[in-house]
Design a binder for this molecule. Structure first.
Ligand SMILES: [Zn+2]
Length: 485
């Protein structure tokens, strides 16, 4: 221990950080005035309620049963699909059973269905006669189709947008472009999986369009994920007007190695269909506040999922822990002072039509939206919250976070972006926004793959997430004054 302290004191980097923290008012310094304000916001009776809520949630498998139903009985819930609608009806029914005032907010959503997806390398330098190499891949959301019997073209491999631009139209036109940007597994292993994701995912999002703009006939990206099980990861990609897919990391490596030896020719077959837009719904369930029903605290997750797995960690888990907020309060007979609004968002994965509709329909209420929480980073052990809130707000929340300290979910990590795609419009409008901060080291092993299934959820960890959501939701809805902005 002493040795560690010595290292801490004399390491120039850590010393600089310490000095910086001493000058930073938040969240490292608490003044007597802060302590008084915290006590006023969280009187002993409220703290006792929060403690009871935590214990009830940690002993409750309600959220797990919800995830089980959404994944086992309903299955994949791609935006626009019959399963997405079944999930809307199910969640609305469950929230009504809990006594909530439930509204379905209608919105047009894309309706895209996956088709065949195969690829082979049909010719490459050093090929043994008669051999083809199978490529494991999946279509990205919204991809257009190849001819039914596939298209044949040479593959050009680029590692980033600069390399693509350098090749130019001459070398990209008529080709299949493969973006081979690596997902940084070391960052993920060290707990920075969302940083790794952010670095790589822009090629999935914008790569196909960039390739199409230079005349490519199709675009592939290396899967954005960190497991080595030859699993392709699908996901949103900006409409590019050409077929777009994700190959597994292993197959991206294979193509890259062969392309160093010479031309690589691929037959690519992707036959998804874009159907007419469908009707989707945000499920909005209000537990009316006893004193300030017009003031709203949102607890939420998204109900739609990708179609390869059953969307357990992304994001039945988030919807389920938001639902449990209502269930635990009912169980304990507690009524928040402000309205707790449970939202199961639609279309997070395929373009965000649900959250856009909410922002358009509820803009006038945003001044009375006290805070919004979304859980959309999995179901693993929670460490606390990512929060885009003011320094004053962060200090006031400390007593609520202290309730979560017993299982380690008491960290508050300031962010300068909305910690949840569906609450970003609210956050941009000034509504304090929080996301549950989880151990994300394995999240991108499964995210958007066929392996996002119920077995990836550890019941104890899901209970911890529910406890974090219910405690923070009730704290925000019942603390003395609305959280300052
Ligand atoms: Zn998600």
């Amino acid at each position: 221990m002493r040795k560690l302290i010595a290292v801490f004191l004399f390491c120039p980097v850590l010393l600089a950080q310490t000095q910086q923290q001493q000058q930073t008012p938040w969240p490292y310094r608490s003044t007597p005035q802060t302590a008084a304000a915290q006590q006023e916001s969280f009187p002993p009776e409220l703290l006792n309620e929060l403690e009871s809520i935590k214990l009830a949630a940690l002993a409750d498998d309600y959220a797990y049963h919800q995830v089980a139903h959404l994944t086992n009985n309903i299955g994949p819930r791609l935006s626009g699909s019959p399963q997405a609608k079944a999930a809307v009806d199910y969640v609305a029914g469950e929230l009504r059973k809990l006594g909530l005032d439930v509204q379905l907010e209608e919105v047009k959503v894309p309706h895209w269905v996956r088709g065949a997806e195969t690829a082979e390398l049909t010719a490459y330098a050093g090929q043994v006669p008669g051999t083809v190499q199978k490529i494991v891949l999946t279509a990205l959301g919204g991809s257009t189709a190849t001819p039914v019997d596939g298209l044949n073209a040479d593959v050009v491999v680029v590692n980033n947008f600069d390399e693509l631009r350098a090749l130019g139209r001459d070398k990209v036109g008529g080709k299949i472009v493969l973006f081979n940007e690596l997902f940084d597994q070391k960052k993920a292993a060290a707990g920075l999986s969302f940083v790794a994701y952010g670095e790589a995912v822009r090629y999935r999002g914008a790569g196909p369009k960039a390739a199409a703009d230079l005349g490519a006939v199709a675009a592939l990206v290396r899967s954005v994920g960190n497991a080595d099980y030859r699993l392709p990861h699908t996901g949103y990609s900006a409409p590019a007007g050409i077929p777009a897919g994700a190959v597994t990391a292993e197959d991206a490596d294979l193509i890259a190695r062969l392309s160093l030896q010479g031309n690589v020719r691929m037959r690519l077959t992707l036959t998804p269909q874009k159907l007419l837009d469908a009707t989707g719904y945000n499920v909005i369930g209000d537990l009316k506040g006893s004193e300030h029903p017009e003031q709203i605290v949102v607890v939420s997750g998204h109900l739609d999922s990708w179609d390869l797995g059953t969307g357990a960690i992304d994001d039945a888990a988030g919807v389920a822990v938001a639902m449990e907020t209502a269930e635990v309060l009912k169980q304990l007979g507690l009524h928040p002072k402000r309205t707790l609004r449970v939202i199961a968002w639609i279309d997070e994965e395929s373009g965000g039509a649900g959250s856009r509709a909410y922002a358009a329909d509820h803009t006038n209420e945003f001044p009375h939206h006290v805070a919004a929480i979304e859980c959309d980073t999995g179901a693993a052990h929670p460490l606390g919250f990512d929060a885009r809130i003011s320094a004053a707000a962060a200090e006031l929340l400390r007593p609520a976070l202290n309730v979560l300290q017993s299982f380690g979910a008491n960290a508050l990590q300031p962010t300068n972006y909305a910690p949840g795609a569906d609450i970003s419009a609210m956050s941009d409008a000034g509504v304090p926004a929080l996301g549950i901060l989880q151990d994300g080291r394995t999240y991108f092993n499964y995210h958007h793959t066929a392996a996002d299934t119920l077995d990836k959820i550890v019941p104890l960890e899901l209970r911890e997430n529910a406890a974090a959501m219910v405690v923070m939701g009730y704290a925000l809805a019942s603390m003395k004054n609305p959280l300052p902005r």
